[in-house]
Ligand binder design. Structure first.
Ligand code: NAI
Length: 333
């Protein structure tokens, strides 16, 4: 296969650096461009350029048309740019700063990499993805098959925490648990009833488990005590996302992932409102990936009564976050 180009925007940060390290190890990637507003990104690029993998690694800041050079020709762009949470903050508190960053980067993608697959990591994902979508729409280059909010960390946490509850932490990779909804607190809905292999967890144990998955990020924010939020586990999750997308789109290996997408313009997207009983424009759901990006939105599948309850709790918050992101995206153009 032809080697592709990946760009990481926010590559000098806590997530960006390890994500760039992992991206540079993907054998399908021939070039990784690292973009950040801080000059230290050049050091990160110099460091990673010595790896003996297939990828050539280059660093860019805003100087000398850096964003243009970083994005031109990129097949995949991952965005961990922006501020992370501090103790006591919700993801929503980040919106003011990160929404503008996302709008500016989306404008750059529209101008220099309009066909790229985009993975938005910057929080609050429930709102920043709508900012991306509205910006790309306004520039006339939006393709719903190619824009994703990265929710993989919720899936990674689900596998690990379920395995821990079962007293088998070493067996985490064996548990596949779909996570639907959004990427923030109560909007994160782990569908434990669809776990593969099946698990039997109920009552208080289930409540505690679900709460831990929904608020797992807070454990890290608290433990880092002011020094940021999850970075290494997010880089690991971001790399899983990127590897699945690259293999599906460029290496003829279709896969199923869950990510937060814009439903109205996706095949199968319309059916989700029947599955969840509400017409939402954005939702994290299972996606069949193939050569064109999202080939099909897959049904939510049967939910337990408990999970239906989680869904009812999630929808108002999700709705409000979407309205906020769409409003910002439309008004600031
Ligand atoms: P960080 O502060 O360590 O790194 C962010 C980087 O973005 C910095 O290097 C900064 O200079 C850069 N940046 C700021 N403005 C930029 C711009 N306009 N263009 C390019 N780069 C820019 O933060 P960290 O910990 O890496 O987190 C990044 C984002 O990811 C935060 O919004 C955080 O909330 C989010 N996050 C998302 C998760 C998810 O599951 N989707 C999980 C954990 C964090």
């Amino acid at each position: 296969m032809v080697l592709i180009k990946a760009a990481i925007c926010g590559a000098g940060g806590g997530i960006g650096q390890p994500l760039s390290l992992l991206t540079a190890q993907n054998p399908h990637i021939g070039e990784v461009s690292l973009f950040d507003v801080v000059p230290s990104v050049h050091g990160v690029a110099a460091d990673l350029s010595h790896l003996d993998g297939t990828a050539v690694v280059k660093g860019y800041t805003k100087e000398n048309d850096g964003l243009k050079h970083a994005l031109t020709g990129a097949n995949v762009v991952i965005i961990p740019a922006g501020v992370p949470r501090k103790p006591g903050m919700t993801r929503d508190d980040l919106f003011k700063i990160n929404a503008s960053i996302c709008r500016d980067l989306a404008t750059g993608i529209a101008d220099y990499a309009p066909d790229a697959i985009v993975g938005v990591v910057s929080n609050p994902v429930n709102s920043t993805v709508p900012v991306f979508v509205e910006t790309l729409k306004a520039k006339g280059v939006f393709n719903a098959r190619k824009v994703f909010g990265v929710t993989t960390l919720d899936i990674v946490r689900s596998s690990k925490f379920v395995a821990e509850v079962l007293g088998k932490p070493n067996e985490a990779p064996q548990y596949t648990i779909p996570v639907i909804g959004g990427h923030s607190g109560k909007t994160i809905i782990p569908v434990i009833s669809q776990s593969q292999p099946k698990v039997d967890i109920s009552g208080d144990k289930l409540n505690t488990l679900v709460n831990r998955i929904q608020f797992g990020g807070d454990e890290v924010v608290k433990a880092k005590d002011g020094a940021g939020s999850a970075t290494l586990s997010m880089a690991y999750a971001g790399s899983k996302f990127l590897n699945a997308v690259v293999s599906s789109v460029y290496a003829d290996k279709p896969s199923v992932i869950q990510a937060y997408v814009y439903l109205p313009e996706l095949p199968g997207g319309d059916a989700i409102k029947n599955d969840i009983g509400k017409d939402v424009s954005y939702f994290s759901v299972s996606l069949q990936l193939g050569k064109s990006g999202v080939e099909k939105v897959l049904p939510v599948g049967p939910l337990s009564d408990y999970e239906k309850g989680l869904l009812q709790e999630a929808l108002p918050e999700l709705d409000a976050s979407i309205v906020k992101g769409v409003g910002f995206g439309k008004s600031s153009l």
